[in-house]
Ligand binder design. Sequence first.
Ligand SMILES: Cc1cc2nc3c(=O)[nH]c(=O)nc-3n(C[C@H](O)[C@H](O)[C@H](O)COP(=O)(O)OP(=O)(O)OC[C@H]3O[C@@H](n4cnc5c(N)ncnc54)[C@H](O)[C@@H]3O)c2cc1C
Length: 442
Amino acid sequence: MVIVGAGLSGLAAGVDLSSRGIPVLLLEERPYAGGRARSFVDETTGDVIDNGQHVLIAGYERTMQFLATIGSRHHVAVQPTLVLAFHHPVRGFCTLRFPLLPSPFHLLGGIASTDLLSPIDKLRLLRAGRELLFPPTGGAGNHPGLTIAQWLDAAGQSAETKRSFWEPLALAIMNEHAATASARVFLHALHTAFVRHRRNAALVVPAVGLSSLFSDPAQEFIRTHGGSVRCRTTVVATRMDGGRVVAVRTREGEEIPCTSVILAVPPREASALLPEPMRAEGFMKEMAAVPMSPIVSIHLWFPADFMPQEHLGLIGKRIQWVFHRRKILREKGAGSHLSAVISAGDREVEMTNEQLVALASEDLVQVFGNEAGAPVHAVVIREKRATFSCAPAVDLLRPDQATPIPNMFLAGDWTATGLPATIEGAVISGERCAALAAQRAG
Ligand SMILES: Cc1cc2nc3c(=O)[nH]c(=O)nc-3n(C[C@H](O)[C@H](O)[C@H](O)COP(=O)(O)OP(=O)(O)OC[C@H]3O[C@@H](n4cnc5c(N)ncnc54)[C@H](O)[C@@H]3O)c2cc1C
């Protein structure tokens, strides 16, 4: 069984098939596995840097199980209940904390007690929450064509609730602005996080680099179960015979026979590997051309430790979230190592490193004072193709994991899972492919 792509969807498929006693061969183009969730060591400081800060939630059930299977569940810190820290330009430092009550009372308690919003805006939030809890048939949230912004208007949300609550949430969950992103996918994610179980929304923050958390132990698991992972191997074509895939061809011209193939690569790359008639099909052609939304991460090191929080959402600033890596990863050394994140940063991704560091420092000075203005070291990471831009029309294009070819499957955060482009979506898609491939292989 061949899996093309060793990102999280390919690794999840590989681990699942390995657990079923089916050995796999993963072929990965880059020199390392992990895809869009990987880490490396900063040579200047020796600190581990992720390609972008990843935050999970306790409701990522398949991801948590995946971590348990590969033996790295102990590397994540799970909040007992959701606690989010914000800085608001007028209200200052604020907290949204959900009490330990059964759902939906935890939601009511959290909204009622936060100092992030005025009493009237809290009532507005409860109105939107009602639609989340009891979606009316044919209501705004069920409409596949609506953007989040359109749904918020229909749910009577004020400009302030949009700015201080909904837009930061949309950017964090969808990596897209509320004006563009699909309301249906957003509401599905909110339902999973906030309605199913009170524990689900709690943040799960990796306490090690992403490669130590995901790709290193997953590759080890696959190898000890008889499979292998070959990096620096680009697959350029699939060969068909009698309506089935019989081999994949690498850039070097090697032909690798296969009983089934899982294409766990982004949509553009998957489209190029499909046989001609499928590639030309409307949805796949359109999916391959779907716009991607960038994420910019700015790592900053300071001699002083001025940030008491582990994470902080910045309202009304260009930086949206700051993570205190030294605290989260228990890094050695004095001072602080912060990671500032800009999601859906179409403009920022084009800026120079100097401009981005200056922008981050300016925002941090406004929040923490002058100590935050003089970083001694900085690293900027631009992920231009971080996630697909999940607009309502794009969500409807997302293909199923099964294809018309009985032994070819599609995995990736962009396939139809109902979720935004997330680790959980990637893991679910990989496991679905594994189940289908195992079933069809008998
Ligand atoms: C900066 C950033 C921050 C993020 N933050 C979060 C977060 O906080 N929470 C969250 O849940 N998600 C987050 N995500 C999204 C998450 O990382 C992705 O959803 C997930 O990693 C996607 O995995 P995948 O397997 O679908 O795709 P990928 O990781 O893209 O894997 C595809 C793999 O296929 C390989 N490949 C491509 N073409 C070929 C070929 N022809 N032959 C061989 N190999 C090939 C690629 O090199 C790649 O390794 C973030 C993403 C980024 C970039």
